[in-house]
Design a protein around this ligand. Structure first.
Ligand code: ATP
Ligand code: MG
Length: 420
């Protein structure tokens, strides 16, 4: 049996990188008063349709949707923000605090063509700053993404940012864009031709050369923005300059989800080929109201963990952990008494591995050496009879016999040398 296409097992040899990312995110985010939230992996399909938008790629063709036994339409979450907005509303998180800073890390599901950096089950680390109109909130979230990326020792990254204005501005712009593009309709790539009628803004980030050539003369979104939108954007840019965070303005950056307004941004790296975006985010001031909650402006981002890992695994060395002590037993009494030894080891947080092979002594010793432990503890008939334990230092071969009642003191003494 194989894992399904587009899914991957995360093996014990890789898990330390995941734990490392989790730890760093936890440190940086909780330090800035972001609190972790875990929402269900599946939600009602309606949530994503209403939240993300019917004409987006995600809702249109990438969702894992099925009917459950109760004939409800269920979808495996394709992203985190809609679920968090739903949770914010259903748990009335707005009652206790005007600002909710949340973060999450978990699996997302999209039916896409699997390739390097693109899976059907993948993981996102994300944050949402819910409840503020201020451009300071936008800067805070962008800065936190950069902090995390830097702490993971990723150096070659590029922040791209744009303002896509408010709904009204965008609507007027969209009409003008469509009027302009209609003249060249036949020359657009096939995908963009379809988008002309259901999601024209997304034509801006088409990778097709001819389409891009036509777009170079098209009306520009920036010139349709009101002074409010422009001020908000300018303030973010000023703060980024103050923070020495390099950025480029990408006027074609519109993001794939309907719920964004004002700020849109992405962080890209040079190292990943065509799947080069590691972080995508923006402001979404209307999503929560649209889902039936109070009017609550918000901003956030999501980082794709698998893409991060493709970069960091090469420049981050995390040693695999080995047990300090390998435990060997011979005989039925020893097999019981070993639990007392284990209790002492646990108390002193000394790592151990208990032999389970039930082999003869020689084979167990061989296993002890293969485990790369520093010490082998032997509890066999002789030790049971003499109420002691044999300690063998595996590197030097030095052997000593320690009385059971002195064992705790012995472990206390050697604790430093074996855990360091
Ligand atoms: P792309 O343009 O690569 O499809 P997207 O705009 O669909 O990305 P977002 O919805 O913004 O992606 O998700 C944020 C991040 O999640 C992406 O920048 C990427 O790192 C990661 N991501 C998205 N889809 C996948 C996937 N199928 N497999 C792995 N990572 C993904
Ligand atoms: Mg996508």
């Amino acid at each position: 049996m194989q894992a399904l296409r587009g899914t991957k097992d995360i093996l014990p040899t890789e898990i330390q990188y995941w734990q490392h990312i989790y730890d760093i995110a936890h440190q940086i985010l909780s330090n800035a008063s972001y609190y972790e939230i875990r929402t269900p992996i599946f939600e009602s399909t309606e949530l994503f349709k209403r939240g993300i938008g019917n004409f987006t790629d995600i809702v249109n063709k990438e969702m894992y949707t099925f009917e459950d036994q109760g004939k409800r339409s269920i979808t495996l979450r394709p992203e985190g923000t809609a679920s968090i907005a739903r949770s914010f509303i259903s748990n009335k998180l707005y009652i206790d605090s005007p600002i909710n800073r949340l973060w999450y890390l978990g699996p997302m599901f999209r039916y896409e063509r699997p390739q390097k950096g693109r899976q059907r089950q993948f993981h996102q680390l994300g944050i949402e700053c819910i409840g503020s109109h201020s451009s300071t909130a936008d800067v805070e979230v962008i800065r936190l993404a950069i902090q995390i990326i830097k702490r993971l020792k990723i150096s070659e990254y590029k922040l791209e940012i744009n303002s896509i204005g408010n709904i009204e501005e965008r609507k007027i712009y969209e009409d003008n864009l469509v009027n302009y593009l209609k003249i060249y309709e036949k020359e657009l790539d096939e995908h963009s031709q379809k988008r002309l009628y259901n999601n024209p803004l997304r034509i801006l980030d088409s990778k097709n050369n001819k389409t891009q050539q036509i777009l170079s003369e098209a009306p520009k979104l920036m010139s349709y923005l009101s002074s409010n939108s422009i001020n908000h954007f300018d303030q973010i840019c000023e703060h980024l300059k103050y923070l020495n965070i390099p950025y480029t303005i990408n006027e074609n950056l519109v993001r794939g989800l309907d719920y964004y307004n004002y700020t849109a941004f992405e962080i890209k790296t040079k190292k990943l080929g065509s799947q080069d975006t590691i972080c995508g985010g923006g402001r979404y001031d209307h999503l929560i109201r649209q889902l039936g909650g109070p009017d609550t402006p918000s901003v956030g981002w999501a980082i794709g963990i698998e893409r991060l890992l493709l970069i960091i695994e090469n420049n981050l060395y995390l040693p695999t952990t080995k047990p300090s002590i390998y435990l060997i037993t011979q005989g039925t009494i020893a097999k019981k008494q070993i639990w007392d030894i284990i209790q002492i080891l646990e108390k002193h947080k000394i790592t151990f591995e208990l032999d389970l092979n039930e082999n003869n002594f020689k084979k167990q010793m061989k296993q002890a050496n293969q485990s790369h432990a520093q010490i082998c503890c032997i509890l066999a008939e002789y030790e049971v009879e003499h109420n002691c334990i044999t300690i063998k230092w595996l590197q030097t071969g030095k052997q000593e016999s320690i009385k059971i009642e002195a064992l705790e003191q012995y472990f206390e003494q050697i604790q430093k040398s074996i855990t360091s």
